[in-house]
Design a protein around this ligand. Structure first.
Ligand SMILES: Nc1ncnc2c1ncn2[C@@H]1O[C@H](COP(=O)(O)OP(=O)(O)O)[C@@H](O)[C@H]1O
Ligand SMILES: [Mg+2]
Length: 379
């Protein structure tokens, strides 16, 4: 039995793979009728920060895992030492706390944006004066989908955050030409398998679209990105799926012949990730199946792509009362669309589902996926 903390779309999609593998999944969910609660029979309502709820969830389970990083360290420390926890608390820390992550990756010599720990507005002033304004300020803990990330042009603009809690994290604002995700899985006994590096497109801090493999990425840079991901997994002792979000920086070559590419690590997620939804149809083994295999320390599956290109487009909000009302339109617009709806009630901008299209032509796959999503949005 696999016990999972979280009741969103990620645990919901783990259930699909658990069904095929005959694995009993048990979930600790925010609401009974939420995305996971609807489909995981053995789900109970409770808080990820409630030690007794997490202990109850883990009872009798072979392993405890997560669909988000918001389980406090003291809750994890209170669990039985005999319980397998994948990823372990000591690794999960670096997905929970962006300051700890910056310190650790810095010590490993992994390329990151310039950053600083901020205890006072003066620290921010000094950092901005040094690296140039504007700068990015982040709350180290608890952020997601761009909540907890701010572009500031002066130290004053972050005053309210300093008043709330410190330390904060400052980063140079990277002039990236694209964002990438290196996705892999690692099992406790050490085996690591990577999917091709994907390109992710964020709008307003939220992932909107993913293309795999990342178009236009220099194969040597793709190899480096993959190696960075695998090195992080090994050094930090990550188990399960790891997504390493990266910035792609491109500069004209000194000799004027084309551009050089390099990557900087943005952040880590230790669970199936939005950048890997394309693997459900687009790879031999999906990230959800691979996560279950990895956390159970089973031999990992083949991450090879099934098609030259996969494009995943998120459904963010809808004009329809229920996006299933758009299914007919989606399928007539895009016969090859693979639709995933998460059973969530509609709210503006909310991640309600995603569509993947795989095929031999990137532009055609993108157009089909976008058309299907437009139909699900009621456009
Ligand atoms: N140092 C940075 N420079 C430029 N853009 C950034 C930087 N850090 C974050 N961003 C932008 O904000 C988005 C969200 O930041 P991230 O740290 O990944 O937060 P979250 O935990 O909300 O995903 C990134 O995907 C990127 O588009
Ligand atoms: Mg992010």
């Amino acid at each position: 039995m696999v016990a999972v903390v979280g009741g969103g779309q990620l645990a919901r999609m783990m259930q699909e793979s658990a069904i095929a593998l005959g694995i009993h999944l048990r979930a600790l969910v925010e609401a009974d009728d939420g995305s996971t609660g609807q489909v995981v029979v053995d789900s109970t309502v409770g808080e990820a920060s409630d030690a007794s709820a997490v202990r109850g969830l883990s009872e009798g389970a072979d392993v405890l895992t997560f669909e988000h990083e918001h389980v406090p360290q003291d809750v994890l420390a209170a669990l039985s030492p005999d319980l397998a926890v994948n990823p372990p608390a000591g690794a999960l820390l670096y997905a929970q706390d962006k300051l700890a992550m910056r310190e650790r990756l810095g010590a490993l010599g992994i390329p990151c944006p310039r950053w600083a720990r901020l205890d006072t507005p003066q620290d921010l002033q000094h950092f901005g004066d040094e690296v140039g304004w504007p700068v990015i300020v982040k709350t180290p803990v608890g952020g997601y989908d761009g909540h907890g990330v701010r572009v500031v042009h002066s130290a004053e603009e972050a005053h309210d955050w300093f008043a709330r809690s410190t330390p904060l994290l400052a980063e140079e604002k990277v002039a990236f030409t694209g964002e990438l995700a290196a996705l892999l899985a690692r099992r406790p006994s050490g085996e690591v398998r990577s999917w091709p590096v994907a390109r992710t497109i964020q709008r307003d801090g939220v992932c909107a679209e993913v293309e795999a493999p990342a178009p236009g990425l220099d194969p040597e840079v793709a190899r480096q990105a993959r190696e960075i991901g695998e090195r992080i997994a090994r050094e930090l002792g990550v188990t399960g799926v790891l997504a390493v979000e990266m910035f792609l920086v491109e500069e004209p070559r000194a000799d004027g012949q084309g551009r050089t590419q390099r990557v900087l690590v943005n952040e880590l997620a230790m669970r199936p990730h939005n950048s890997g939804h394309w693997t459900i149809e687009g790879a031999v083994t999906s990230q959800f199946e691979q996560h279950l295999r990895a956390v159970l320390d089973l031999p990992l599956g083949d991450p090879t792509p099934r098609a030259p290109w996969s494009v995943m487009v998120n459904l963010l909000g809808s004009e329809l009362a229920d996006p299933t009302l758009g299914l007919a339109g989606a399928f007539s617009a895009s016969p090859d669309a693979r639709v995933h709806l998460y059973g969530k009630s509609v709210r503006p901008g909310r991640k309600l589902g995603h569509v993947t299209v795989c095929g031999p032509d990137l532009a055609a796959a993108r157009a089909q996926a976008e058309a299907a999503v437009a139909a699900l949005r009621g456009e």
